[in-house]
Ligand binder design. Sequence first.
Ligand code: ATP
Ligand code: MG
Length: 255
Amino acid sequence: MIDVQDIHKSFGDAHILKGISTKLEKGKTNLIIGQSGSGKTVFLKCLLGLFSPEEGNIVYDGKKYADLSDNEKRELRQEMGMVFQGSALFDSMTVEGNVMFPLEMFTKQSKTEMQDRVNAVLKRVNLIDAHHKFPSEISGGMQKRVAIARAIVMNPKYLFCDEPNSGLDPKTAILIDNLIKEITEEYNITTVINTHDMNSVMQIGEKIIFLKDGYKEWEGTKNEIFKTDNEAVTNFVYSSDLFKKVRQMYIEERN
Ligand SMILES: Nc1ncnc2c1ncn2[C@@H]1O[C@H](COP(=O)(O)OP(=O)(O)OP(=O)(O)O)[C@@H](O)[C@H]1O
Ligand SMILES: [Mg+2]
């Protein structure tokens, strides 16, 4: 569980995160939603320790980040997996090389141990024939799977995904969402996903945090989001005609 306590983040005069508090739950997919520019990526980078908030605390399973020594911070970073917007694979490395990279970087495992682990995670994300291919030779959906495999290869306690299904067709996007949710439950990971995809919200929104202009405007579950009267949330959710229709059907059913 990650306990976020009233964090503020500015760049110069621009106050981007304006006091965000929330609890990101273990074994669940915690979704951060909100319009472009609302602060989702900045928030995720604070959780990753890439940005340090000027005010507030982030507490990882009881460990307050600000109180950790440099060594403890490094250890904590190794418990985090990250899927970046647009996969961010190394183009010059094979699929296998990409997934093995964190093991080579941060562990002293033997070549056989690393190979076994890479085979296991690639199998887990349903990639069995792509070990020796390069990122440019596989589809966008497969690239996301490689990015997920790389993010979980170190057995992370925390998994952060920035728009993991951007650029994918709706069907592939749902497969990727479900894969992340399954892995989260299977390994009891605290997973945080940035998205502006309402399909993801409906599919895997166990806990949803809605950011607006750097504030936490609302939080709840996927069942609650369709019932809320919060105007900012409903404007966001029903900006698509499809969801307006779904809401109409829901209201008619209720009456
Ligand atoms: N390194 C930085 N320096 C200065 N300003 C930044 C920096 N990173 C982000 N910002 C600003 O913070 C605000 C929030 O940006 P952020 O990238 O978090 O939005 P977002 O919600 O992730 O948007 P999107 O959905 O488009 O990815 C923007 O106004 C952006 O210009
Ligand atoms: Mg972003």
